[in-house]
Design a protein around this ligand. Structure first.
Ligand code: C2O
Ligand code: CU
Ligand code: CU
Length: 509
């Protein structure tokens, strides 16, 4: 199969609309609305799936003399044909675009030799990982060109689909947009749930979804949303399915776009995992929305010989109509075609109970020591823009905290916390939908919404090196919608702490 030469772009759709409708058809006062309404991106049925989905290879590793699992990761420049027939200058880890899938087990100590072969400084952040702040790869752990950085930590969290990407302050969007990102899969041998598809690349498939804006010369632009949608860097991808059940590890690796995943025939699928691990039980859904940085694991069942397309339906952004169109709220995108073989290997039915781990945190009044409030507005959090030299929040170890995140803006945001996996207590006083009731590190917050997050800080104290919290729309993050927190022993003072007097820092009980 070949890819259709015609590529649906926002521009061509718009132009066609303008030519096709006489000016008199534009209602008075509605000209702008019509103009934008014409620019929706709709690729349903338009994508010819002509390329086999690239499966990022599992990264090689070895055990060193101290029993540490050692990986090599080199950020480098390359070229990649992202749009058919158009070669782009790209960045990748150990290759031209994206990076290998790192995989390690709970209890293992990992050591990752990060080499920077780019001609500018970058970092590598382990999104979703519980680890010491100085190993986190945030904006304070820059790796200069030609230099290396070798973080090491012991994996101490449930099985999950995490990811890694650069985090240089003000440059994250640029670096991720060029292709620097990859998955980091964690296994939990002691608590393995049997019966889940788990043959990597066969019935356990990484699905990194990114929209890109690529001009005719191949330049990767950093717009708000892009009109070329790639899965694992593949344009118009198909996947040959050989088993009855397929597990898709979905990562919204986009800069800003929200996807509402579903299938072309509206079939049900089972959501089995969220950002930080398996759910307690499968949740049957027809749609699943993920904002930038969020992950989910789903299982879809196939019949022999059938073809079905993973799509993104119009996501509910909760914004006004103008912003909605501008941010892709009306877009319909074909993503990945699943092609089932004529005979399929049988798959075990999904276990009724998935994880013993993510039992909801039980919160008693005694547990909760601190409430913090975070107001998202403009490119600020609590009215402040990111300052590398300012610690915004000081967290005492061995506390349970409730972070109350409110979006008082007209735009959608999300909220990502480093170091910990949290659970969503409620959104606007209602419990979260079941697919978001497990471990999370990023939560979508629509305009006017308030999400209450509960999290525990158990270890890795360091008064000198902060973790980040931020909006994961990368343009917002780069423009300062980020803050810093440290985790300290009760006795530790933090010299540079700049904590405004706010009543909401008080102890509740
Ligand atoms: Cu995915 Cu602070 O990052
Ligand atoms: Cu992160
Ligand atoms: Cu934002």
């Amino acid at each position: 199969m070949t890819t259709k030469p015609r590529r649906i772009t926002r521009r061509t759709v718009l132009k066609a609309g303008l030519v096709g409708v006489p000016a008199t058809a534009v209602p008075a006062g509605g000209g702008v609305g019509w103009w934008w309404a014409s620019s929706d991106l709709n690729t349903f049925g338009e994508v010819e799936f002509g390329r086999s989905l690239t499966i990022p290879p599992l990264a090689d590793s070895h055990l060193d003399g101290e029993g540490r699992r050692v990986f090599e990761l080199t950020a480098q420049a390359g070229t990649t044909e992202l749009r058919p027939g158009i070669v782009s200058d790209t960045w990748g880890f150990n290759g031209g675009y994206l990076g290998p899938t790192l995989r390690a087990a709970r209890g293992e100590q990992v050591l990752i030799n990060v080499h920077n072969d780019l001609d500018e400084a970058t970092t590598v952040h382990w999104h979703g990982m519980h680890l010491p702040a100085r190993m986190d790869g945030g904006p304070h752990q820059m790796v200069d060109p030609g230099e290396s950085w070798s973080p090491t930590w012991t994996v101490d969290q449930p099985a999950a689909t995490l990811w890694y990407h650069p985090h240089p302050h003000g440059e994250t969007r640029e670096h991720v947009n060029q292709g620097l990102a990859g998955l980091f899969i964690l296994d939990d041998p002691g608590a393995e749930t049997s019966g889940l598809p788990s043959n990597y690349g066969v019935d356990d498939i990484p699905v990194i979804v990114q929209d890109r804006s690529i001009d005719d010369s191949g330049d990767l632009r950093t717009g708000n949303i892009g009109d070329t949608v790639l899965v694992n860097g593949t344009y118009g991808p198909f996947l040959d399915v050989t088993t009855e059940a397929v597990r898709l590890r979905l990562l919204n690796g986009s800069n800003s776009r929200v996807y509402s995943f579903g299938f072309s025939d509206d079939r049900d699928f089972d959501v089995i995992g969220s950002d930080g691990g398996l759910l307690s039980a499968p949740v049957e859904r027809q749609r699943l929305a993920l904002s930038p940085g969020e992950r989910a694991e789903i299982v879809v069942w196939m019949q022999p010989g059938e073809v079905v397309v993973l799509r993104s339906y119009e996501p509910d952004l909760g914004v006004n109509w103008f912003t909605d169109v501008f941010d892709g709220g009306k877009d319909r995108l074909d993503l990945l075609e699943l092609r089932a073989a004529d005979t399929l290997d049988p798959s075990a039915p999904l276990p009724a109970a998935l994880a013993t781990a993510p039992a909801l945190m039980t919160i008693t009044d005694d547990d909760v020591t601190v409430n913090r409030r975070f107001e998202l507005r403009g490119n600020t959090i609590n009215g402040r823009s990111m300052d590398m030299g300012r610690i915004d929040e000081v967290v005492e170890v061995d506390t349970t905290e409730i972070w109350v995140v409110t979006n008082t803006d007209g735009e959608y945001h999300n909220f990502h916390v480093h170091d910990v996996q949290f659970q969503i207590l409620d959104i606007n006083d209602a419990p979260p939908p079941a697919e978001f009731a497990g471990w999370k590190d990023t939560v979508f917050v629509q305009p006017g919404d308030t999400a209450r997050l509960v999290m525990r800080f158990t270890d890795h104290t360091d008064p000198d090196v902060p973790y980040m919290f931020h909006c994961h729309r990368l343009r917002h993050e780069d423009r300062g919608m980020m803050g810093q927190f440290v985790v300290v022993e009760p006795s530790q003072g933090v010299a540079q702490a700049d904590q405004p007097e706010r009543g909401d820092h008080g102890h509740d009980h």
